[in-house]
Design a binder for this molecule. Structure first.
Ligand code: BGC
Length: 432
């Protein structure tokens, strides 16, 4: 029997069509703030008939997620969308595993609406290989304002002020600093300190140009000293000791969300971290300027140590490509950019958004990033400068120093020098 031409799709065809709108997204946004930001994207996608099928892998900094992505891809079960940032994105694109989004970028005029630094992150061999989400600032010092007000302590802007505040906090029975020995968290604090001690030009020579001589500079040794001092400020004030003694801390490998919870509850007063912390504080009902202050890590106020979140679309059999492209278009959309970044703690990747709609901390970060005069330097720990192997080796070196009180800052500097020599010079830019 002949089928009428206008027949509705048969059941299997309809479900195949629906399946083509399902996008499996692999990412590491599992904290309350991160989850809320991801849920917002999922809701906006649903309005367009696209379905975000969640493939979250817990673990801040994404070490676990990248391993799972490797495994799944090797087994032929790659997701359609993956959080791949910076050098990781580059490596995956070089292997030919990612969809090219040149058409989307052109239709949506990304070249003129996105910040050039963002655009250059998305570009590999002259092709756009990911969609941008937000720009994180890493060099933040958060202060619990309730504690500072209540104890009438001056909010610090330099290291001397930090040490004075720490000793007043300790005298009042408050552990001054939240710190975790989780490797990526230690190294995140360290790179912000390195920027402070070295300044942006020297930081750039070390991290971007991998100039071996730059690693001889005494700024490196000073950064290791700072790291040790800061970690020791996390030693809990022991009950009844009533003392102002600063001992050796042994904070253990705590999740970053636990540090945020302690900070929000007033159990600690200072935190150095990327501004995903602000997203998390928001999810806990806290507000910048009212409950906490976001300052720059001493010595880095004029600089922006950045990390850019991007979602790559993995190349498949082509059936998902239209959905992947629609998702990419949505991610760059101005309205989504504002609402997503307000929840996530990062700032929009576009140059044309109404800045006043961001909170004060975000406005500061956005304006700084947008100003061409600002030294903007890439985060090593969050994959903006080194490949995965080099980044992990760097993190490991810093982590070992933090855990070993017998290793001197000078010895740690020598280890980093040796590591850099072993890694060799920065790989030349890929040929087109
Ligand atoms: C990512 C952020 C994430 C943070 C903590 C960073 O590497 O860029 O999006 O919130 O890790 O998990």
């Amino acid at each position: 029997m002949l089928q009428p031409l206008s027949a509705a799709p048969t059941a299997p065809a309809a479900s195949a069509l629906q399946a083509n709108q399902d996008l499996n997204v692999l990412h590491w946004w599992t904290s309350a703030g991160e989850r809320a930001a991801a849920d917002l994207v999922a809701a906006r996608m649903a309005e367009q008939g696209l379905r975000w099928v969640d493939g979250a892998v817990a673990g801040g900094g994404g070490g676990g997620a990248i391993k799972v992505l490797n495994e799944r891809t090797l087994r032929g079960q790659a997701p359609q969308v993956a959080q791949l940032n910076g050098q990781a994105l580059r490596e995956w694109a070089e292997l030919g595993l990612l969809l090219r989004l040149d058409g989307v970028a052109q239709r949506r005029d990304w070249r003129s609406t996105l910040f050039p630094q963002v655009m250059s992150q998305l570009n590999v061999r002259e092709h756009v290989v990911a969609a941008p989400l937000g720009i994180h600032r890493i060099n933040n010092l958060y202060l619990n304002l309730a504690l500072f007000r209540q104890l009438k302590i001056e909010p610090p802007s330099d290291w001397a002020g930090v040490m004075r505040a720490a000793s007043a906090l300790r005298a009042a029975g408050i552990t001054p600093v939240g710190f975790s020995d989780e490797p990526w968290q230690v190294a995140t604090v360290f790179e912000a300190m390195l920027l402070g001690e070295a300044g942006p030009a020297l930081y750039q020579r070390m991290v971007v140009q991998r100039d071996l001589q730059a690693f001889d500079d005494p700024a490196l040794e000073r950064s290791f000293k700072r790291l040790r001092e800061w970690r020791n400020l996390a030693a809990p004030v022991s009950a009844g000791s009533g003392s102002n003694q600063i001992g050796n801390a042994n904070p253990g490998e705590r999740r970053w969300t636990e540090l945020v919870a302690d900070f929000a509850a007033g159990r600690t007063a200072m935190l150095i971290s990327g501004d995903w912390v602000r997203g998390e504080l928001g999810a806990l009902g806290q507000e910048g300027g009212r409950d906490f202050e976001c300052k720059a890590v001493p010595g880095t106020a004029q600089a922006h140590l950045f990390s850019i979140d991007t979602l790559a679309m993995l190349a498949g059999d082509g059936s998902k490509q239209p959905a992947q492209e629609r998702m990419a278009e949505l991610l760059g959309n101005a309205t989504l950019q504002i609402s997503y970044n307000r929840i996530k703690g990062s700032v929009p990747v576009r140059r044309d958004v109404p800045v006043d709609e961001l909170d004060l901390c975000a406005q500061r970060s956005y304006r700084l990033f947008a100003n061409p005069g600002t030294p903007r330097v890439p985060s090593l720990v969050h994959r903006m400068a080194f490949d995965e192997v080099g980044k992990n080796a760097f993190i490991e070196t810093v982590h070992r120093f933090a855990l070993d009180p017998n290793q001197t800052p000078a010895a740690a500097q020598r280890r980093l020098q040796a590591l850099l020599r072993a890694l060799g010079p920065r790989p030349p830019k890929a040929l087109p």
